[in-house]
Design a protein around this ligand. Structure first.
Ligand SMILES: Cc1cc2nc3c(=O)[nH]c(=O)nc-3n(C[C@H](O)[C@H](O)[C@H](O)COP(=O)(O)OP(=O)(O)OC[C@H]3O[C@@H](n4cnc5c(N)ncnc54)[C@H](O)[C@@H]3O)c2cc1C
Length: 330
């Protein structure tokens, strides 16, 4: 859309040229969000394009991704064979609700800085233990751990004018095996739950990263694959059931006999319970690291909630609203 509040577009060739920051300034990356709705409090866009940062720099230490790397560029990247988790890059690109335009214009950094629950670049980089390099205005660069960056729905730790410069994925994380599960409430829709499990060759560091169904990434670490009860307890501790009318709901009641779907199958409460339920099932799947098919997910759902619990879910739920993809990295 036309942004009729914008009076100036700056096109610096280096971040140093922006010496002063004030309200009304905004960094412009792909512009897919900036140009998708009115920006009433913005009057100046500062285009990152002429910085000409190399999009992707693989090295023995890992992969450095420029914040300005396009989703399409990331999708085309093929890592060395020993990076067993490299296919995750594509999986997460595919998790975008993206038209041709978004796919080719949106940037990895823009997605992270948007800090939406369904930001697949957040899921990817947090799951792979990334470090973000930030460039504050008038201060030295600082590195932050990816899991600490997003603080809530559309909020993060960036200070005014601070720039996300790059993302480092360590080779140690890229070498792990992984599981990826993605669910959406509509066909090809925005993520409702996105789960990534990673584990080293010794199998003693299972890391489960939960995004989309939670306002910010949640990670669970286990020394070994947990039992279902251990996983339930971990979920209870990390993602308490709160107000079911808000986005922060991320887990349904556990009792096998209690209905997890409210009588009215519409409105935010129902959707959030669905979302919570999906997250929960996906957690189970990822913890086992073997479930690949929707019918298997359905079977596990019944195992978790029992027959009575399972009956409260619409019978055709899997076919109707679930889009679950397995992967072959395990
Ligand atoms: C149809 C449609 C579907 C979408 N689907 C999804 C989806 O599935 N998941 C999702 O998460 N989002 C989605 N979005 C929102 C948005 O398009 C994406 O988050 C996209 O990745 C943003 O990247 P961008 O490069 O276009 O960012 P821009 O629109 O250029 O910028 C987004 C914000 O980040 C800031 N910013 C950008 N780069 C930096 C940087 N390097 N340092 C500091 N600040 C920066 C900008 O100032 C701005 O506030 C969608 C949008 C549309 C219109």
């Amino acid at each position: 859309m036309n942004l009729n509040t914008i009076a100036e577009v700056k096109r610096p060739t280096s971040a140093d040229q922006i010496t002063h920051w004030r309200d009304g300034y905004a960094w412009l990356a792909g512009g897919t969000w900036l140009f998708s709705e009115p920006q009433v409090s913005t009057d100046t866009l500062i285009d990152l394009e002429r910085f000409n940062w190399p999009a992707l720099e693989p090295s023995p230490a890992g992969l450095d991704i420029a914040a300005t790397c396009r989703i399409a560029e990331l999708y085309r990247f093929a890592g060395p064979d020993e990076w067993r988790a490299a296919p995750l890059l594509r999986e997460c690109c595919n998790a975008f609700l993206a038209s041709f335009k978004i796919w080719n214009a949106a940037t990895v950094g823009g997605n992270i800085c948007m800090s939406l629950p369904a930001g697949p670049m957040i899921s990817l980089t947090v799951a792979l233990d990334a470090t973000y390099t930030l460039w504050p205005r008038n201060a030295p660069p600082r590195d932050v751990h990816s899991v600490d960056f997003v603080t809530g729905n559309h909020t993060n730790i960036l200070q005014p004018g601070e720039l996300l410069r790059s993302i480092h994925l360590p080779a140690s994380a890229l070498s792990k095996r992984f599981a990826f599960r993605h669910a959406s409430l509509t066909h090809l829709g925005r993520s409702a739950a996105l789960m990534i499990g990673t584990q080293n060759a010794a199998g003693d560091d299972l890391l489960i990263t939960i995004t989309a169904a939670t306002p910010r990434p949640v990670q669970l670490r286990f020394k070994r694959t947990p039992s279902s009860m251990e996983l339930r307890r971990a979920l209870d501790e990390r993602i308490p059931l709160t107000d079911t009318s808000t986005m922060s709901t991320a887990r349904p009641p556990i009792s096998a006999t209690s209905p997890i779907i409210s009588p009215s199958r519409s409105g935010p409460s129902w959707r959030n319970r669905e979302r919570a339920h999906e997250t929960y099932c996906h957690c189970k799947c990822a913890s086992r690291l073997h479930c690949r098919q929707p019918h298997e997910l359905q079977r596990q759902r019944q195992a978790v909630f029992g027959r009575a619990g399972a009956r409260t879910v619409p019978a055709d739920l899997s076919a109707r609203v679930w889009r679950v993809r397995g992967q072959e990295g395990l």
